[in-house]
Design a protein around this ligand. Sequence first.
Ligand SMILES: [Zn+2]
Ligand SMILES: [Zn+2]
Length: 299
Amino acid sequence: MTQTTRPELTKEEITKTAGMIQRSRPAYGALIDFYGQVFVAQAQSRIHIALDPIILDPALLALKQENGMPLVDPSQFLIDPAQAGILLKKLCDLSVAHAPKLAHTGEKILTALGKGKPELNPIFSVLLNNQDLEKTATLLDIPLDELTFFAFSAMAPSIQSCAVQLASYLKDAPEFKKGYCPVCGSHPDVAFLDQDGKKFLLCSLCAHEWETHRMGCVFCDSMEKEDQHYFFSSEEKEYRVYLCDNCHNYLKLVDLRKLDRSFFPKLEQISTLHLDYKAQEKGYKSPNHPPPGSTPLLA
Ligand SMILES: [Zn+2]
Ligand SMILES: [Zn+2]
């Protein structure tokens, strides 16, 4: 199966890329300032993640691959509680300093976590179990989407580490050009064309990247030409937004051949919200709406 081998960006490269986007799109200045630091904190956390590998039963693996099923269910991802706890506190601190709209929630989570190790706090163990987020949001009296953002962002480095480890099971797998992630089954939240013009999708949950068909809708597999459209702006030739009239979903695509900076997908997503608005105005939706951990307007 074709997968990209793009190296992970270092914190210096993320900061540099964020600066380049800020200069070309000043309207996103404050948003990129906050999220750039969130992504740097996540990249630093990734380095320290210590998790046992997820071992898949060979018979079950063969069955899943024969049937085009993802390797795991998202609930099987492992979380490093110590690193997630450190990162959660860091993200709350960042929100207090740089994201006025999130600061109140950040402060409340910090208070709830107390002074000890976050991983020993019962509130924290509840956060690690997605099913109880709603209850915790009510308990802490904070909006659910904001709590989801903090909880997911703190767990993201663990999830991504698991996905990298699990991807080794895909090396000799049959071709998987589907619209959902071969690792965890989640939808992509952005697509890109690599330097050879091959089209890849990026998982909204585990950040795994996989190659897909160049034509047709990745969400409903429609290949009907009259159902598939796209729009772009002449000032931003590196982006296209694909629209499907069969399932009414849209997908943003970044053409790396036209990008004058390093590709850090999350930054490109945050700084192209105007394209989301335009697609939504035209009556299309994103299947990940709201994407996990993504509450960009809150900064
Ligand atoms: Zn995934
Ligand atoms: Zn479709």
